[in-house]
Design a protein around this ligand. Structure first.
Ligand SMILES: Nc1ncnc2c1ncn2[C@@H]1O[C@H](COP(=O)(O)OP(=O)(O)O)[C@@H](O)[C@H]1O
Ligand SMILES: CC(=O)OP(=O)(O)O
Ligand SMILES: [Mg+2]
Length: 395
């Protein structure tokens, strides 16, 4: 049985999954949270069994030691002979990486060099890579980049209309993110439609804590809503998404906000959190149901941004065969799906209220006469990372 050990390292968390390549399912998974804080917590899941631990984990290397001990204590046996690779999610691959690569010291240096373009993500991804190479010294390690799928963006989509010498010197352009998810979901959507991928145009709406939209034409990303960083585009849990860049200048001038304060405001205290006090969609839904106006308004803003984006991407693609909702909010919140696509009947989009409300996890939610099919397609970024990692090492 061959498997891939998938690692998604954040600044203070480490998520892992041992993926069985034959079935595509998780043999074991878990996470270590609040790394570096006084009280960390960890969870290791094998089948139906969950093992929780409260402990102090000082850094990512200690986190990996906990992971290895959890496998040793609760199974399954981590047999190097079965694991073909360790696959790492790396958020920013810049213009340098257009696909997954085996990690060596040179690749580590290049990921480090790209850190200024993703200061919240790449340094954390590197901590995970360094610690995992210590924990699994004999296995090949593979980097799978969020940005790679968007390497097909035409220049009309990725170039910002600013002074080109400033942009080029500082590598300022649209890169796009969530590429492993957009790739996985767009491929699966074509399968569900029974169409060849090359001849399928899909709009993927990945709505999790981070959220982005992608227009996929024949399996290639041609437009996406995140930008140079994962701050642009849709309204997210704690991120603002698009706003007039002049707002930054204004807040600097009139409120004296410095660069770190602006960064924190837009990345950590905006989105649903900034509008309602909670960045968790479940809280916002509850508040909206109880009639709290700020929550009702937040859902309106979020849906309006989605609808504008869908309209724009229908134009970019010259019409779509399908729209696919995915990730935590996209897969679970019928109200957001309905509101995002409300009033688009003239554009050939008709949601079936009953199908939207309930059914199997993966399902069509449009009416039979809707010209554009609308689907819920659960994403599986870990499986995509595992598959790409295995392919890079020749399995
Ligand atoms: N059953 C649910 N009902 C409503 N919201 C949900 C549900 N499950 C997850 N969510 C929301 O999905 C978001 C997290 O999505 P997820 O894809 O897990 O995020 P991440 O980007 O961290 O991977 C949160 O806002 C959460 O409230
Ligand atoms: C790139 C990005 O936004 O990732 P996440 O949704 O995991 O925060
Ligand atoms: Mg996710």
């Amino acid at each position: 049985m061959s498997s891939v050990f998938v690692v998604n390292a954040g600044s203070s968390s480490l998520k892992y999954q041992l993926v069985d390549l034959e079935t595509g399912s998780a043999i074991a998974s878990g996470l270590v949270e609040r790394i570096g804080e006084a009280r960390s917590s960890a969870r290791h899941v094998v089948g139906e069994a969950r093992h929780d631990a409260e402990l102090h984990v000082g850094d990512h290397e200690q986190a990996f030691r906990w992971v290895l001990s959890a496998f040793a204590e609760h199974g399954p046996v981590l047999d190097d002979a079965d694991i073909v690779a360790v696959g790492h999610r790396v958020v920013q691959g810049g213009a340098r990486f257009d696909g997954a690569v085996v990690i060596d010291d040179g690749v580590v240096a290049q990921i480090d060099d790209l850190s200024p373009l993703a200061p919240l993500h790449n340094p954390a991804n590197l901590l995970g890579i360094r610690a995992a190479r210590v924990a699994f010294p004999t296995l090949p390690h593979v980097a799978v980049f969020d940005t790679a799928f968007h390497r097909t963006l035409p220049r009309a989509a990725w170039r910002y209309a600013i002074d080109r010498s400033v942009a080029d010197e500082h590598r300022v352009r649209k890169y796009g993110f969530h590429g492993t998810s957009h790739q996985f979901v767009s491929r699966r959507t074509a399968e569900l439609l029974g169409r060849p991928l090359e001849d399928t145009r899909t709009i993927v709406l990945h709505l999790g804590n981070g959220a982005s939209a992608c227009a996929v034409d024949g399996g290639r990303s041609v437009e996406t809503s995140m930008g140079m960083t994962p701050l642009a585009g849709l309204v997210m849990g704690t991120r603002s998404g698009d706003l007039d860049a002049g707002v930054l200048v204004h807040l600097h001038r009139v409120a004296g906000l410095g660069v770190d304060e602006l960064d924190a405001l837009l990345n950590k205290r905006s989105g649903l959190l900034g509008l309602t006090g909670s960045g968790d969609m479940r809280d916002v839904q509850r508040a909206a149901e109880a009639g709290v106006d700020h929550a009702v308004e937040a859902l309106e803003v979020l849906a309006h941004r989605l609808r504008s984006t869908v309209g724009a991407y229908l134009a970019v693609l010259g019409g779509a065969h399908a729209i696919a909702f995915t990730a935590g909010v996209g897969e679970n919140v019928a109200q957001v799906r309905a509101a995002a696509l409300a009033g688009l009947e003239e554009l050939g989009i008709r949601i079936d209220a009953e199908r939207n409300a309930s059914g199997p996890r993966e399902r069509m939610i449009s009416t039979d006469d809707s010209r554009v099919q609308v689907w819920i397609v659960p994403t599986d970024e870990e499986l995509e990372i595992a598959t790409q990692s295995a392919s890079v090492v020749g399995v």
